[in-house]
Design a protein around this ligand. Sequence first.
Ligand code: KIV
Ligand code: ZN
Length: 505
Amino acid sequence: MKSKDRIIIFDTTLRDGEQSPGASLNINEKLEIAAALARLRVDVIEAGFPVSSPEQFESVRLIAGKIKGVVITGLARVMQKDIDQAALALKKAGRPRIHVFVGTSPIHMKYQLRMTENEVFSRAVWAVKYCRRFTDDVEFSPMDATRSKRDFLFRVVEGAIKAGANVVNIPDTVGYTTPDEFAALISDIKANIPGAARAVISVHCHNDLGLAVANSLAAVKAGAGQIECSVNGIGERAGNTSLEEVVMAVKTRKDFFGKTVGVKTEEIYRTSRLVSALTGIPVQPNKAIVGANAFAHESGIHQDGVLKKSSTFEIMSPRTIGLKSGRIVLGKHSGRHAFMKKLRELGCAVRGAEFEKAFTSFKNLADKKKEVFDEDVEALIEEHVKESPQAFRLEYIQVTTGNNTVPTATVRIKTKGATVQEASCGDGPVDAAYKAIDRITKISAGLVDYSLKAVTRGKDALGEVSVKIADRKGRIMSGRGISTDIIEASALAYLNALNRLASRR
Ligand code: KIV
Ligand code: ZN
């Protein structure tokens, strides 16, 4: 039993969402999304626009037959063939709803429909009555309501309710309205249209001015009982009201809205990923609730606060949307506390002097890279903690190279308390560096294998160099080096192998 304080969540990902430029889903994908929406426990799934194509008809028919426990609706214009097709596609639905719409703004009636106000009114009333032959759950939308003349809009809405519409949806079709204006419209509808109390007043906002969520929430404050929205906010042009944003706003600010939703919020993240993967529409990193950065903390002060008490910088727990925990993003602002937490997460038990050494290396790396990934930290630990003490430690390297220059390297190495510097030319910058190192270490070994790969993502990725060297006795030793600078990584790998060879000897 739904309480009157419960906001009905009407999901249109598969109808308006699928109208997003570039999104096209096949029938199986639509079915998969519908199943995810049912798991998410939305109240209504708008499965498609059956008359618009045989594929749309078939997907609405399949969803209606397979997805239970939720209202399934299909869209129709105020035309008999549309309504017939919608009714047919919804035949197997446990709880079918037909959603009819017609434009009511002067601009739509004059240029698109080429109909007078009276014609639109009669058609709307007729369509709602005709829908009632198939189901008693009928939703009516006066398209472009926010640019419609108030008198006419009210006349049509009243007519639709009298004709039997139990839901009247007020679309801001072109994303034109603003929160105060929209709230006033919804209040006026509720206060002045006879019979309005019998119907659920729904809102359907587009995001052309980035106000879809704000407008929907303002409408809720003014008494709207249903929000039409889509996962990740996908939809025509700039999209629709984002489901995850309105749901989490109503839930997080229950103190302000005084309303509830039936959505199982723990399914939000998973559903968002699915919709993004199947539609091919990526989610921007800073997107509220489901963006990669929505629960990521980068600044040292924020990380420290969140680690001490998450509510210092988190108004919702990442767990409420189905994430295990917020992400600590290591970067140049991160402090010891965050670094230690990351090491623990990665299962690296490093303490005391070893920790300090690893932390210094991390800070040096973070100065060079925007974001330090988990793989970077693991590589650091391996490089700087496990391999110590070293006989030869790289202090400085500089190479000069180019298409018209003889590659030259200057290398400074600390060994047994002393610092030794050498320079050398070579066939390339790596060869020059290796020759300079050979002059310092005086270990005679040949390079038998060299490979370079990127260990992390992005243009500023860490490069990992692996080498194999062989000494005169044929002993093979491998070495690895990691740095954002591939010449430095090459020198580190070579020195790593030489150190291992030296310690073996
Ligand atoms: O934006 C709109 O007006 C619509 C209607 C069909 C409800 O999508
Ligand atoms: Zn729309």
